[in-house]
Design a protein around this ligand. Structure first.
Ligand SMILES: CC(C)[C@H](C(=O)O)[C@@H](O)C(=O)O
Ligand code: SF4
Length: 481
């Protein structure tokens, strides 16, 4: 029996099995941000420990940063403290910090691939659950907690159990107007938000092979929302083409050697998987979450599911979801009035996501954000922002009534000034629809693709984006091309 990429990479990086039964794993790349690292550094200092490999550790500020400009001190004193701590810690230990002044800042999961830091066959860690994004490159990318950040800073190693591997195949062609975000929401809806516990998800099949790197990142990004510890896609020529020439990617002399390693860690054709599931791309519709968990989603033309459709064990959460969202079972999701529209996040804040929306707005010139909707477009990094401006798309967004902001996590998470108010409903391209996620304890989040968010922003309510744009020549193949 052959081995999966997960098994090979895990074995290459295992130092030893610990008495606890866990394995001590060597970490190749450690990413840090302001929200989860300050306490880890304090723990390091209490023990008088040093950072073992500062040149394998990279930092940015993303969660707390205001997207209307970064005047210091930040108006929120807690946010300012976090930023000061990150500045101090990175300076003291000699860690590279992509601060807003460098024009290289952004959401950590957007900038690391952009800079070629994320590479196949690596163990990548970050004190952030959406670290799974980096799996798109064939890396084993793990979100870790604060004590583990301390461990990785001090020893460049991590203690973890060996995971099972579930192979998820998606074959066929997506219908026009269906995107990577819909694919992953569909997968999570079918398998459940907790189905991945104890698993690494390996995505494959011809649909996945045909996706761009940006789209693959959207898929892997949400693995954690399906309960998986990480998600990955075997590297291929597309992966190598994306990486070649990027600042931290292997350069000329070592490039060939790197490719040989990357090819060697791919899952073998006769790999044994602990579980296998298959999906047909043609079955996937533009998806919208209607509840408070990532698996509570439906196709845009479907109705809110009734109580009886769920297993008894799920019914408490379902009742809670109806109540929190004020949705009635049997009601149509289409036509739901929205107050806010948010396009961005590490799930869908990359250049191709924003470009797709810009292209639709250009083709459908004259359409404007509905007067009762506040609509934000937030690039995932300063580099994405610069690219958007270079193409003149910032003007396109602004002319259509969208606010085009500075990069950051923004409204994906309510710990910066971009927050919902009261029980506002937000059409959002972000990662989570938990209660209170977007900064208001009663705020309501409906997750969907950026194209669906843009259509909702203009219509003022949820629509099937496929029939909304008068001219729609954007096909999934163009996204990220
Ligand atoms: C703040 C951080 C720890 C958190 C995470 O772990 O994912 C955030 O990024 C999120 O998306 O909820
Ligand atoms: S964009 Fe959202 S999901 Fe991604 S790291 Fe920031 S808060 Fe977490």
């Amino acid at each position: 029996m052959g081995k999966s990429l997960y098994e090979k990479v895990f074995e290459y990086h295992t130092i030893k099995q610990l008495p606890s039964g866990l394995y001590q794993i060597l970490v190749g790349l450690h990413l840090i941000h302001e929200a989860t690292s300050p306490q880890a550094f304090s723990m390091l200092q209490e023990r008088n420990l040093n950072v073992m490999f500062p040149d394998r550790t990279f930092a940015t500020v993303d969660h707390i940063i205001p997207t209307s400009g970064c005047d210091r001190p930040l108006s929120d004193p807690l946010a300012e403290d976090m930023l000061v701590a990150l500045e101090k810690n990175t300076a003291e230990y000699g860690i590279k910090f992509f601060s807003p002044n460098t024009n290289q800042q952004g959401i950590i999961h957007v900038i690391a691939p952009e800079k070629g830091l994320t590479q196949p066959g690596m163990i990548i860690c970050c004190g952030d659950s959406h670290t799974s994004t980096h799996g798109a490159f064939g890396a084993i990318a793990l979100g870790i907690g604060t004590t583990q950040i301390r461990d990785v800073l001090a020893s460049q190693t991590l203690a973890m159990p060996k995971l099972k591997v579930r192979r998820i195949d998606v074959n066929g062609k997506l219908k026009s107007g269906v995107y990577a975000k819909d694919v992953i929401l569909h997968i999570i809806n079918h398998l459940g938000a907790k189905a991945g516990v104890g698993y690494a998800y390996e995505y494959g099949g011809d649909l996945i092979d045909n996706l761009s790197m940006d789209e693959r990142m959207t898929i892997c990004n949400m693995s954690i929302e399906g309960g998986a510890r990480c998600g990955y896609i075997n590297p291929d020529q597309k992966t190598y083409d994306y990486l070649q020439g990027r600042e931290f990617a292997p350069q000329e002399n070592s490039w060939k050697q790197a490719i040989a390693y990357w090819e060697s860690i791919k899952s073998d054709p006769d790999t044994y998987y602990d579980d296998r599931v298959m999906f047909k791309a043609e079955d996937i519709e533009p998806m919208v979450t209607w509840g408070i968990s990532s698996d509570q989603s439906i196709g845009i033309n479907e109705t809110i599911p009734s109580f009886s459709q769920f297993h008894e064990s799920e019914r408490n959460l379902i009742a809670e979801a109806y109540q929190y969202m004020s949705f009635q079972p049997g009601a149509s999701i289409k036509g739901t009035k929205i107050d806010v529209a948010f396009i961005g996040s590490c799930s869908n804040g990359r250049f191709s996501d924003l470009e797709t929306v810009a292209q639709l707005l250009i083709q459908n010139r004259g359409l404007k954000v509905s007067p009762h909707v506040k609509a934000l477009i937030v690039p995932g990094s300063q580099q994405v922002r610069a690219e958007i401006i270079k193409h003149g798309y910032d003007k396109v967004f602004q002319d259509a009534g969208f606010e085009f902001r500075e990069s950051g996590c923004s409204m994906c998470v309510g710990i910066n000034p971009d927050k919902l108010i009261g029980n506002q409903i937000c059409a959002s391209s972000s990662t989570r629809n938990f209660k209170g996620r977007q900064g208001s304890p009663q705020g309501r989040t409906l997750l969907m693709s950026p194209v669906m968010v843009a259509a909702a922003a203009i219509a003022g309510e949820l629509v099937d984006a496929r029939n909304f744009w008068k001219i729609n020549s954007i096909t999934p193949a163009l996204v990220g091309a």
